[in-house]
Design a protein around this ligand. Structure first.
Ligand SMILES: Nc1ncnc2c1ncn2[C@@H]1O[C@H](COP(=O)(O)OP(=O)(O)OP(=O)(O)O)[C@@H](O)[C@H]1O
Ligand SMILES: [Mg+2]
Length: 342
């Protein structure tokens, strides 16, 4: 069918969030209108190998390896060329080697439009330490923390409990809530298994809210949603992905309209000062009437029932429309940049 946009969906990837990426990509493939889009899937293995396959809504780990048109060891000279043959790429990848600017760099080299944040914003927002420095500089409140590298003394100025987390990961992998010094030691050891840089964060006793942001130069915020972990002390991995592990309340209970407006403003501010584009999910706490940013995800969980999609659905943007809009934003950015003199 002529006139259809050629879209490549990148799925899987090398990070511990590989399976989550596959689930997100499956939802995307199901929602992309075949009348409008000619879709090819690029499945990236845990070993980093790229496999190009024809559009297939039944993307499963088992299906990867079947109907493979071409295998690209990456980085490979022909990867940019193969990607350059499509109109737009949807990198539906979470965590390191996907959400952190690495894949975005490859897509820039391939000179192809792609959905979401660019190289610098992706790398910045993946790194909770650097991200918070930029927000602080812009006057946006963030959770207080100290940053540790492997040989640093394990010390912090906060009262217990504290949160300990790898600087650059997601899905709560490697994160612990430590209630005393013994737990702190174990938490630090665990976090260092996942990253060379970790954070010890002050515990924020507040309402946990997440907000979706959509746009390029004129981003809009969704309604915020309140995260209510069910049967879990905090929003850990199990709570995120177990059926019934959490409740998303849109809009949050007990927050006045002006506070909700403030959460949306802060989310858009965080998106702007980090140079984000396309989409982001901003995770915040509201404590004592103050909005505090915890972190920003440039490629949030992206199934049709993920928080990001639910927040926009509740705000009047249905999942297929969200995808259409993100693709438009990707094309708009590429066109805009193509006019720049380098
Ligand atoms: N400073 C804090 N105070 C209170 N709770 C916290 C704090 N830091 C993290 N948490 C809890 O831990 C969860 C995971 O933390 P965070 O969002 O930083 O991790 P992540 O792995 O990057 O998550 P995501 O899956 O959103 O990428 C939060 O959703 C929250 O429930
Ligand atoms: Mg989070």
């Amino acid at each position: 069918m002529p006139g259809r946009l050629r879209v490549a969906v990148l799925a899987g990837g090398r990070s511990s969030e590989h399976e989550i990426s596959l689930a997100s990509a499956r939802s995307v493939l199901q929602a992309l209108d075949p009348e409008a889009y000619d879709v090819v899937t690029v499945a990236i293995g845990r070993d980093g190998r790229w496999e190009l396959e024809a559009g297939d809504a039944s993307l499963t780990p088992a299906a990867i390896g079947r109907s493979v048109a071409e295998t690209l060891p990456v980085p490979a000279a022909n990867a940019p060329a193969a990607l350059g043959a499509v109109d737009v790429v949807l990198p539906i990848l979470h965590g390191p080697f996907g959400e952190d600017g690495t894949v975005q760099g490859l897509l820039e080299l391939a000179d192809v439009a792609y959905v979401g944040a660019g190289v610098a914003a992706s790398a910045l927002c993946m790194d909770k330490d650097l991200f918070k420095k930029v927000l602080r500089e812009s006057g946006i409140p963030v959770t207080r923390s100290v940053t540790l590298r492997p040989r640093d003394e394990v010390a912090h100025p906060f009262a217990y409990p504290v949160f300990v987390k790898p600087a650059r990961l997601g899905s709560s992998v490697g994160i612990s809530k430590a209630h005393d010094e013994t737990e702190l030691r174990a938490a630090v050891e665990l976090a260092f298994r996942h990253d060379e840089k970790i954070l010890i964060e002050e515990f924020v006793d507040g309402v946990e809210v997440e907000v979706g942001v959509l746009g390029n130069s004129d981003p809009v915020a969704s309604l915020p949603g309140e995260i209510v972990p069910l049967g879990h002390e905090w929003y850990d991995y199990a709570s995120k992905y177990e059926d019934g592990g959490m409740d998303l309340v849109i809009p949050p209970r007990g927050l006045a309209d002006d506070v909700i407006g403030r959460v949306q403003e802060v989310a858009v501010d965080a998106f702007r000062v980090t140079d984000c584009e396309g989409m982001a999910r901003v995770d915040c706490f509201v404590a004592g009437g103050q909005v505090i940013v915890n972190e920003l995800n440039t490629i949030p969980g992206f199934t049709s029932t993920s928080v990001y999609a639910k927040l926009f659905d509740a705000s009047g943007v249905a999942y297929p429309d969200l995808l259409r809009r993100l693709i438009e934003l990707a094309l708009e950015r590429r066109e805009r940049r193509a006019r720049l003199a380098y």
